[in-house]
Unconditional design. Structure first.
Length: 224
């Protein structure tokens, strides 16, 4: 028995897996451009692995009598559940990562579609998913969100014991999520993640940093 049994359809299967990886790549590229937890590598791997598992499930047991091709494929959904749970973060009433987790779940579905031979369906869904993600991040749609709060991260120089109090007053901070203090180049620094009841523009960030020299950087956490 030849352990490398050749199947004339193997090139078709490889093409489907590669096509799934390409779809995952572009979905991950959109997520990574927004600095999300899962980017190009994660989405590409999920798409290719899902396609491979689907190929194995559908064609790998053709020599087994009364085999159920759906059993192995169904486990893809279970595996994606663990990935999604690791991405979603709930901390101090702030829920993040849900859209990224849903994107990974959708990417697995695209991989399954590719692996089973529904390539046109998978491609159309990929294009539709990317278009939706881009459109819903445009200003007209983002303005529909009810919350006027923004989550920011800043790096400040701790000049004295009143620096953090002054910083809180400056931004009218609603809630501090995390403070990490450390030393670098002989200076006492602090990274602060906080929620403020105001949506700041880049121009406002620039003015604030110019007027307050102890603030080294400000970063906005963009919503999913």
């Amino acid at each position: 028995m030849n352990i490398f049994d050749y199947n004339p359809d193997v090139l078709i299967w490889i093409f489907r897996i590669m096509l799934a990886g390409l779809c995952g790549f572009f979905i991950g590229l959109e997520r990574e451009s927004r600095s999300k937890e899962a980017g190009v590598r994660t989405h590409t791997i999920v798409a290719m692995a899902s396609a491979l598992i689907m190929v194995v499930s559908k064609y790998g047991f053709a020599d087994v009598y009364d085999s159920d091709a759906s059993r192995i494929a169904a486990q893809i959904v279970s595996g994606i559940g663990f990935l999604g749970a690791g991405i979603i973060i709930y901390r101090r009433d702030i829920l993040r990562g849900v859209t990224t987790a849903a994107g990974i779940w959708a990417t697995a579905g695209i991989g399954m579609a590719m692996g089973s031979g529904l390539c046109i369906t998978g491609l159309c869904f990929t294009i539709l998913l990317i278009i939706i993600q881009i459109l819903l991040h445009m200003p007209p749609f983002k303005a529909l969100k009810e919350s006027n709060y923004s989550t920011l991260k800043a790096q400040i120089v701790l000049e004295d014991e009143k620096t953090i109090d002054n910083f809180q007053t400056l931004f009218k901070i609603y809630r501090i999520l995390r403070i990490r203090t450390y030393q670098s180049e002989g200076k006492n620094l602090a990274d602060i993640e906080f929620i403020t009841p105001h949506i700041y523009s880049l121009a406002e960030f620039y003015d604030i940093m110019s007027a307050n020299g102890y603030i080294k950087s400000i970063e906005r956490f963009e919503e999913d």
